[in-house]
Ligand binder design. Structure first.
Ligand SMILES: [Zn+2]
Length: 250
């Protein structure tokens, strides 16, 4: 396995390191209005946003993407219920303990350069960086966004990473791992899983487990905003643009 693939396994959607920074072109919306707009996007909108940073995205038609998005969301929800039933709790901290997963909470990543919010490291460690919790939760009041409550935010990040641990332990049967696309056929078949399906499913898992009424995918924009408003404004424009294109049927 190459180094790049290894990195991809360690980091995920809550890592903004691999997110291209779109150029901000319009005046920034007040935080409250931005949150209201982010709350209005549905699973399919966020799925398209996830596909927009998927290296294999060009291989799929709009119809195929919609189908993948629906199945990945179903997968996340179904596994949230399976895990809640198996461990008799919906609390991510208790589930982690029962799964034998260590949860580390340093302030920032070692090295400190890359803005990173949380990560799952195989086989049994999840790290949640508390500097990000502090910075993002300080926007709770101004934004009116309930997901930014510090404890809630911790649970969402933990639930998201728990899904990656669940994927690892059930890779033979879980949709996000069994669904593969053929990259090339000759001289031998080479198949790859589709990375963004894991992220879509991890968000759906967190939402289902915690009974959220809005998509935690909006944190992808809001957590970045806690560090870099310009970059967050770019991501915000991106999801708005994708949704508008969808409505125009492009
Ligand atoms: Zn992830």
């Amino acid at each position: 396995m190459g180094k790049t693939e290894k990195l991809k396994e360690l980091f995920c959607a809550f890592c903004s390191g691999s997110t291209p920074a779109p150029v901000k072109t319009e005046p920034e919306l007040p935080l409250k209005e931005m949150v209201r707009k982010l709350e209005s996007f549905d699973e399919e909108d966020w799925g398209l946003y996830a596909f927009n940073r998927e290296p294999l995205s060009g291989k799929f038609s709009a119809g195929q993407k919609r189908q993948y998005i629906r199945k990945a969301n179903d997968c996340g929800k179904e596994w949230a219920e399976r895990i809640a039933e198996e461990y008799h709790t919906r609390r991510p901290g208790e589930i982690a303990a029962k799964m034998g997963i260590r949860v580390e909470t340093p302030a920032v990543p070692v090295g400190g350069e890359l803005v990173l919010f949380a990560q799952f490291v195989q086989p049994d460690e999840i790290t949640i960086f508390t500097d990000c919790l502090d910075k993002a939760s300080s926007m709770e009041k101004e934004s009116g966004c309930q997901l930014l409550n510090r404890e809630r935010l911790f649970e969402i990040l933990l639930a998201h990473e728990l899904f990656h641990a669940v994927e690892e332990r059930h890779e033979q049967e879980i949709y996000t791992r069994t669904e593969k696309v053929e990259l090339w056929r000759k001289p031998f078949s080479n198949k790859s899983s589709i990375a963004c399906l894991s992220e879509i499913a991890a968000m759906a898992f967190a939402a289902q487990l915690l009974g959220l009424t809005v998509s935690p995918y909006m944190l992808d924009v809001l957590l970045v905003r806690a560090y870099d408003r310009n970059m967050a404004a770019g991501l915000f424009e991106e999801i708005c643009r994708l949704t508008e294109e969808k409505m125009r049927g492009q």
